[in-house]
Write a protein that binds this ligand. Structure first.
Ligand SMILES: [Mn+2]
Length: 348
């Protein structure tokens, strides 16, 4: 496996030099953040990003994310031009030697949490999801807004988009995903890019919106849409595990068996009552996921793809982008690499 770290570009308070100094770190996962969703990423911009990262001694190991326009998810007539643009972005990425792209197909809201700085007993803070708080929130009429929500929508636009999605059920969203996949995967194959769909986070419907990349059945159905090594998944351990019904190790092993794990997000969560959870430190003892079993599965398949520690807590007084500080993610990376080293030595 190739240990990587997400970097938000020149504005990220965590610098490439910081990241380079983390033991076992090999690569960067990043993106171009200022091209509007739906437009083509220019080659020069991609090349500049790659050059900057390589100058720091790291590899640009993949893009997270190339976002998918809502019109594609909704199956609107404008999707065809937007899909053409997406394909051109993939070609441009391929031209620059990028070989992995993460994306998701979540309507309107990306990851959803109810608190970004919940204080844990040890004084660190973490992102949490409280089911009861989430239930009381209404994205259209509510006074409260969840952190992480796209603030680029006005209240009226939000009402419109939620009304449009009320006519789209899970099966229609699957149809729109299939349409998209059948268009882009042949291009990804030509461009040498492994696509990696990120699960819905958390992996169930929120606010009445359809959500489909949720568990093992969904992974199986998704991989069957287009059978190609270029059509794979981001196995986000913490996302799948946040539905107590999911057996995350089983999902991981299933996708590994099919050779369709193109990217791994490794983070631990502590399941609480119902569907509530806290994001915990990475080691197994702090959460509900056995991280040894996660790395063991990757090791059993001699998996060579990029993996990154996912969200970390804020520790040692660090401030910054919630979930994406330096220290706890660095500890996560070295812990995961330690598990990997032990497993490799046990093989001999
Ligand atoms: Mn993830």
């Amino acid at each position: 496996m190739e240990m990587t770290f997400r970097w938000y570009g020149e504005d990220d308070p965590v610098t490439l030099e910081n990241i380079r100094q983390i033991p076992t770190m090999r690569g960067i996962i990043s993106a171009i953040y200022d091209v509007p969703v739906g437009e083509v990423w220019p080659v020069e911009r991609i090349q500049k990003l790659k050059d900057t990262i390589e100058a720091s001694g790291l590899r640009l190991s993949g893009i997270e994310s190339v976002p998918v326009h809502e019109d594609i998810k909704m199956g609107k007539p404008s999707r065809d031009q937007l899909i053409e643009n997406y394909k051109q972005t993939l070609r441009n990425l391929g031209e620059c030697g990028i070989d992995m792209v993460c994306y998701n197909f979540m309507p309107v809201f990306d990851w959803t949490r109810t608190d970004l700085a919940y204080e844990l007993p040890d004084g660190s803070n973490a992102l949490i999801f409280d089911e009861e708080v989430a239930k009381k929130m209404d994205p259209v009429n509510g006074e409260l807004s969840l952190p992480g929500w796209d603030s680029s929508y006005t209240k009226e636009e939000m009402a419109d988009i939620m009304a449009e999605y009320s006519k789209i059920d899970d099966e229609m969203l699957w149809d729109n995903l299939e349409y998209f996949i059948k268009e882009i995967i042949p291009v990804a194959e030509e461009a040498g890019i492994k696509m990696a769909i990120h699960p819905d986070d958390p992996p169930y419907s929120i606010f009445g919106l359809p959500r489909i990349i949720t568990g093992k059945d969904a992974v199986e159905r998704f991989l069957d849409l287009y059978d190609s090594p270029n059509n794979g998944v981001t196995l986000c351990v913490g996302s799948y595990a946040s539905d107590p019904k999911n057996n995350t190790i089983e999902i991981l092993r299933y996708a590994l068996e099919r050779n369709r794990v193109n990217f791994v997000h490794a983070r631990n969560i502590l399941l609480k009552e119902g569907k509530s959870f806290e994001e915990s430190a990475h080691p197994s003892e702090y959460g509900s996921i056995d991280m040894y079993e996660v790395i063991k599965a990757l090791s059993d398949y001699d998996w060579e793809g990029p993996i990154r520690p996912d969200h970390g807590r804020m520790i040692w007084g660090e401030t910054g982008r919630p979930g994406y500080g330096l220290y706890d993610r660095a500890l996560g990376a070295t812990y995961l690499s330690g598990l990997w080293e032990a497993l490799q030595k046990d093989k001999k």
